[in-house]
Design a protein around this ligand. Structure first.
Ligand code: FUL
Length: 499
């Protein structure tokens, strides 16, 4: 298409067309068949921005709540904590955090570098309430954003920061000066530690009581206007083009609970657990959940959730068109406790064992319909198993129902099916079902009572119908079919995996 347009451009220039005339003729050409030589389906709006695509591909990543609260035992500090209370018992070690979560299959992490109490985990010019005034040499030499970004790069992982917009320490909070002189400055300082951040976490909590530079009392703000988000978003994107602004920033949404589940129906538009297929804005869900039994910050005596429970969370978030940001709090030494490290390793093993060996590429795949191929792109069913997220299967315009059939040379033991829509052109599928057969004639519906409605970026269906029941003995099948029953427009899937 680009070459085609370029050639036309050269002809137009040779013919001496004025640029205004050229713009008009280009506009007219777009509605002709020649402008779509690959016969690509039209987009169904809204569609994700490129940075939201990259963010979605991160799928499963960690949250690290560490800071003043680690030493006070609080969840929300008031902002009047003495800086000297922050006193790590060893050198805080973000590399150890990231190594541990990488073993669990996570692709990145977000470090809390300022929570609501306002204490900054890097030497900042925006406030004296920071590590340089901490209680020991370990504290005074701490720079979490610097070390976290460096470790992520070394481990080839994605990274980002949680910097709380609400600041219960700052005398500026609630006044005109705060956003420009404190908050934007802090965000700019953080960008100096890396411009390839994948997400900034702007928590919505705000406006209650606090220390506020000694003035005390409460502050009431309207988050939708106070933080100057459009300006902040533009400023961040100028320096960090791939950084999705979560929450208050408006580019990815809270899934509506902190318990690690998304709706079985989950649109990347709208709000809450299920979203809304008719909303105008691409607003994909992120599920923030804790891997431990107590709070977001480390607390003495807490335990780590079981591997089965964490695997269930994974199925109910990543497997339901949301991302999962799983919190693993470092303790007073500034490292993750051994029990957490061990559990993360087990989780990684479980994910590899259950979702690590894709049987789909060994099957022959056929479709009830394949969209007519274009000059340089086809929409064949075999695109579903070629391991390439940029090739996809589609039907022709107007066909919103289709059947994809997988046939193996021998009977297989199957437990999970994973579907991925080609969401660059919008989320479409509204209803589908999965069936298996041993003889190709008698079919049994799988997935129990799970609502097989939306797919989105990724949907994983446990064939036994349960995200919590034990792994089980699986379903014996030589054939598996995915019947798409309804879609907003012709369905597009880029990958189907079977485990
Ligand atoms: C919440 C905060 O208020 C909690 O302290 C925590 O940081 C959580 C992830 O988000 O809204």
């Amino acid at each position: 298409m680009k070459d085609f347009a370029r050639k036309l451009c050269v002809c137009a220039a040779a013919a001496g067309l004025a640029s205004g005339a050229w713009a008009q003729s280009e506009f007219a050409l777009k509605s002709q068949t020649l402008s779509n030589p690959d016969n690509e389906p039209a987009e169904v709006h809204p569609v994700p921005h490129e940075r939201q695509m990259k963010w979605n591909e991160t799928e499963f990543y960690a949250f690290f709540h560490y800071g003043m609260n680690t030493y006070t035992g609080r969840e929300w500090g008031n902002g009047d904590e003495e800086e000297t209370i922050f006193a790590p018992t060893a050198v805080p070690n973000p590399k150890q955090w990231l190594e541990a979560v990488k073993a669990a299959g996570m692709k990145g992490g977000i470090a809390v570098v300022k929570h609501h109490d306002g204490f900054c985990l890097w030497p900042t010019s925006s406030t004296t309430h920071n590590v340089t005034n901490g209680g020991n040499d370990f504290a005074r030499n701490t720079n979490i954003p610097r070390d976290f970004a460096a470790a992520a790069k070394e481990l080839d992982m994605k990274y980002g920061f949680y910097v709380s917009p609400w600041d219960r320490n700052s005398a500026h909070y609630g006044k005109d000066t705060y956003v420009k002189e404190v908050f934007l400055r802090q965000c700019a300082e953080l960008a100096q530690y890396g411009t390839d951040q994948f997400e900034m976490w702007f928590d919505g909590a705000n406006g209650g009581s606090g220390y506020y530079g000694g003035e005390g009392g409460t502050r009431s703000i309207d988050a939708s206007t106070y933080y100057d988000i459009p300006n902040l978003r533009d400023s961040v994107h100028k320096v960090c083009p791939d950084c999705v602004m979560w929450g208050v920033g408006g580019e990815a949404r809270w899934i509506g609970n902190e318990a690690g589940w998304a709706g079985e129906t989950c649109w990347s538009m709208g709000t809450g657990t299920s979203g809304n297929e008719n909303e105008w804005k691409w607003f994909p869900g992120e599920s923030d959940a804790k891997a431990t039994s107590a709070g977001w910050f480390w607390h003495s005596g807490e335990t780590v959730l079981s591997t089965e429970r964490l695997f269930q969370m994974y199925l109910e978030t990543v497997g339901r068109n949301a991302t999962l940001i799983l919190n693993c709090p470092p303790d007073k030494s500034g490292s993750l406790p051994a029990a957490t490290v061990q559990r993360l390793k087990e989780l990684g093993g479980t994910l590899t064992q259950r979702l690590g060996t894709d049987l789909a590429p060994k099957a022959t795949v056929t479709a009830s319909e394949e969209r007519t191929a274009g000059a340089a792109r086809n929409y064949a069913a075999k695109n579903l198993t070629d391991g390439d997220k940029n090739t996809y299967w589609a039907t022709n315009d107007g066909s919103v129902q289709a059947t994809l059939t997988f046939e193996w040379p021998e009977v297989q033991t199957l437990r999970y099916v994973s579907l991925m829509e080609y969401i660059r052109k919008g989320q479409r599928i509204r209803a589908f079902r999965i069936e298996t057969s041993q003889d190709g004639t008698n079919w049994t519906r799988q997935g129990g009572n799970i609502a097989t409605t939306t797919v989105g970026y990724k949907r994983i269906i446990p064939l036994n119908g349960s995200t919590s029941a034990s792994y089980g003995s699986g379903v014996k099948a030589k054939y598996l079919r995915i019947v798409i029953e309804d879609s907003k427009a012709c369905p597009l899937l880029h990958t189907v995996s079977v485990y």
